[in-house]
Design a protein around this ligand. Structure first.
Ligand SMILES: [Zn+2]
Length: 340
């Protein structure tokens, strides 16, 4: 069974109350940023709803009943998941039709039928319209758990028919204590700060290759600023990298440059380890240009999970970033001009 994450006790109590009071909403929209454990919480709630003998008071799944076993083996007939067929693609009308068909049947094994839609904001327009009909005519004993980082991308007609559930963001001390139990890494301040306090993301910075990858991307971004590489070269280099993550890094670097411009201290930066370089950029870049670039990054972040051409999107961003950096202030070029 999916263990409850350390910081999700309060969230779990709120969710299990629904069950305890026999008023489980037909659709719950779980909202929270990346790294808080939305999928884990949804899975746990699904397990609890399907389990035939959940634990008293906590309503945590027993892990031993037939329903729990079927779910663990991936064969529970009343559990469905709807996600894009490939990351970044839409949830399509065909996929939604499959779900609608399922909803016409009664739950076959458990008291409830549970459907998890993740990420819910990836439904395309036709899928959304079909889904709206499901919400308007609720199926018997069916619970739909929708997961999203960006509820603003869902139409109000859908959101207003769901019970919204915002995940708790844990405090710094709790995240630090949890990280210390999960990783041997000593320096937890940087991962915490880069993950903006989201525990699972911070752990990924401690254990995976995310940190070296970020350093590499920052180096390439600086080379572009110094006119040592071309935007097309870097776009080609970044082609295989996770686009949303890249945009989050770019947004945080530009936002930190703006903060440096206003004299922010190291503690106020999202990237304290890069302060020296960010400071230098703040000294030579134009503030209006930086704000424009930030807007471009934000607009790109909104569409990055759609079917937009990602290579072109990044080329545009990188060209804009290079233009922002005047050639004359690049150290190597400045030296050349002096020698001529
Ligand atoms: Zn069970």
């Amino acid at each position: 069974m999916t263990p409850l994450l350390a910081w999700q006790q309060a969230d779990w109590q709120r969710l299990s109350q629904y069950r305890n009071q026999q008023r489980v909403p037909q659709a719950v929209l779980l909202v929270g940023r990346s790294g808080l454990g939305k999928q884990r919480l949804a899975r746990q709630f699904a397990e609890s709803l399907l389990c035939s003998s959940p634990q008293a008071e906590s309503y945590l799944p027993c892990g031993g009943c037939k329903a729990c076993q079927l779910l663990q083996a991936g064969f529970h007939p009343d559990f469905f998941q709807l996600s894009p067929e490939e990351p970044g693609k839409d949830i399509t009308i065909d996929q939604m039709r499959g779900l609608i068909e399922v909803l016409t049947l009664k739950p076959q094994y458990s008291q409830y039928r549970v459907i998890v839609i993740n990420p819910a904001d990836q439904m395309n327009l036709r899928a959304q319209n079909a889904f709206l009909k499901c919400l308007e005519e609720p199926a018997d004993r069916s619970v739909i758990l929708m997961i999203t980082e960006q509820p603003g991308r869902l139409p109000a007609t859908i959101v207003s028919r769901c019970q919204q559930f915002a995940l708790t963001v844990p405090g710094r001390a709790q995240v630090m204590a949890w990280l210390a139990t999960e990783t041997l890494q000593q320096d937890l301040d940087l991962p915490y700060s880069l993950a903006q306090g989201a525990p699972l993301k911070a752990l990924a910075y401690c254990t995976g290759n995310t940190l070296p990858l970020r350093q590499e991307c920052f180096k390439a971004w600086l080379e572009l600023a110094n006119h040592k590489k071309s935007p097309v070269q870097i776009a080609e280099l970044w082609k295989a990298l996770p686009e949303a993550q890249l945009l989050v890094w770019l947004l945080s670097w530009v936002s930190d440059i703006i903060k440096c411009y206003y004299g922010a201290s190291t503690q106020q930066l999202g990237n304290p380890d890069l302060q020296q370089n960010l400071q230098r950029l703040a000294q030579r870049l134009n503030l209006a240009g930086l704000f424009n670039h930030y807007q471009l990054l934000l607009a790109s972040y909104v569409v990055v999970d759609s079917t937009v051409n990602k290579q072109l999107l990044f080329e545009e961003i990188l060209i804009n970033w290079q233009i922002l950096n005047p050639i004359s202030t690049s150290p190597s070029l400045a030296a050349k001009q002096i020698s001529h």
